[in-house]
Design a protein around this ligand. Structure first.
Ligand SMILES: Nc1ncnc2c1ncn2[C@@H]1O[C@H](COP(=O)(O)OP(=O)(O)OP(=O)(O)O)[C@@H](O)[C@H]1O
Length: 300
């Protein structure tokens, strides 16, 4: 394991923001941290970065205690973006690269590479304040990865980006993962997490309510979504004891059931009524699981 968070608690006066979480992330993995607003994600990131001290527990990177002095190892895209508006993109990135101990020549090589990758070469000599919000976000991302960190922490990296820029950033994150970077990110957009992460933790008021491989979580999660198409009215399923929620769709319904046994019982019922055109049991989406576990707050 590379990043090891063991039984970490963080208390602010009487308020427990993170309540005994343990997380292990292997080298080169992409790990998703989920939770509603105020669940404790940013506090956990700040503890990983050594900006906050855990009240209890430990955080290690390759078995060594992490501290703010390890910043060359870590890249961080904070949730609250902050660049110097009056500086040009090149001066800004050069300044930040120097803080990470990079040589100017190396910094300029990396700046060129990243500006080209993000198709914003023409902004190199522009002031940050002249850039759109989405383009500022790309620059801030570059600032986080310029020094080729081993561990990359991204707090809501895709928020506020249009679909094209969001894909561009996702590809950049995948590219860094291929180079061996360990990546931890938070997102309220469940689809992004489904697309990108192998393992996740879902926090609720500082506690882990779900944790592990995304595939196992989905497979093992009781609730299933059943898509049913038939030529007759399926609204009678709304009162079926096995159906917890029924949504009409074109040509049929989506029924939520607790488990496979319930799905079988529903199938028997609809088959009894007549010909079933489609009966498909799907794993729940991460969005469904989030709503079920955390009770709202996922922005899709
Ligand atoms: N410095 C602080 N002092 C006191 N309370 C704090 C401090 N920082 C965070 N908290 C509290 O800790 C809890 C967790 O906050 P945190 O910012 O970690 O949540 P989050 O999961 O990142 O939320 P969001 O999705 O809104 O960014 C919140 O209740 C917050 O008010």
């Amino acid at each position: 394991m590379t990043l090891e968070i063991k039984q970490v608690r963080k208390r602010f006066n009487q308020h427990v923001a993170v309540d005994g979480i343990s997380v292990s992330v292997e080298k080169g993995n992409m790990f998703g941290m989920l939770g509603a607003n105020g669940a404790g994600k940013t506090t956990t990131f700040r503890m990983i970065l050594g900006l906050l001290e855990p009240t209890e527990g430990s955080i290690t990177w390759e078995n060594k205690q992490l501290s703010y002095k390890n910043t060359h190892l870590i890249g961080y895209l904070p949730e609250e973006r902050g660049l110097y508006p009056k500086l040009t993109v090149r001066d800004q990135l050069t300044y930040l690269g120097k803080l990470k101990g990079m040589k100017v020549q190396e910094i300029h090589k990396e700046i060129k590479h990243w500006l080209e990758r993000f198709q914003v070469e023409e902004y190199e000599t522009k002031k940050v304040e002249e850039l759109s919000k989405g383009n500022q976000q790309k620059i801030q991302f570059i600032a986080a990865v310029l020094h080729k960190p081993e561990l990359l922490i991204l707090d809501e990296p895709f928020s506020g980006l249009d679909p094209v820029n969001s894909d561009m950033l996702k590809n950049a994150v995948r590219y860094l993962q291929e180079l061996g970077t360990t990546i931890v990110f938070s997102s309220h957009q469940m689809r992004n997490v489904e697309e990108m992460c192998e393992d996740i933790i879902m926090l609720k008021r500082g506690k882990a309510v779900l944790q592990g491989s995304l595939t196992d979580i989905k497979r093992g999660y009781g609730i299933k979504s059943v898509s049913i198409h038939a030529d007759y009215d399926l609204s009678f399923l709304a009162s079926d004891p096995h159906v917890t929620n029924l949504t009409p769709i074109k040509n049929g319904v989506i029924a939520r059931v607790e488990n496979e046994e319930a799905a079988k019982a529903v199938f028997a019922r609809v088959a009894e009524k007549g010909f079933v055109r489609k009966f498909e049991v799907e794993e729940p989406s991460l969005h469904d699981i989030f709503i079920d576990q955390v009770g709202g707050g996922a922005n899709e």
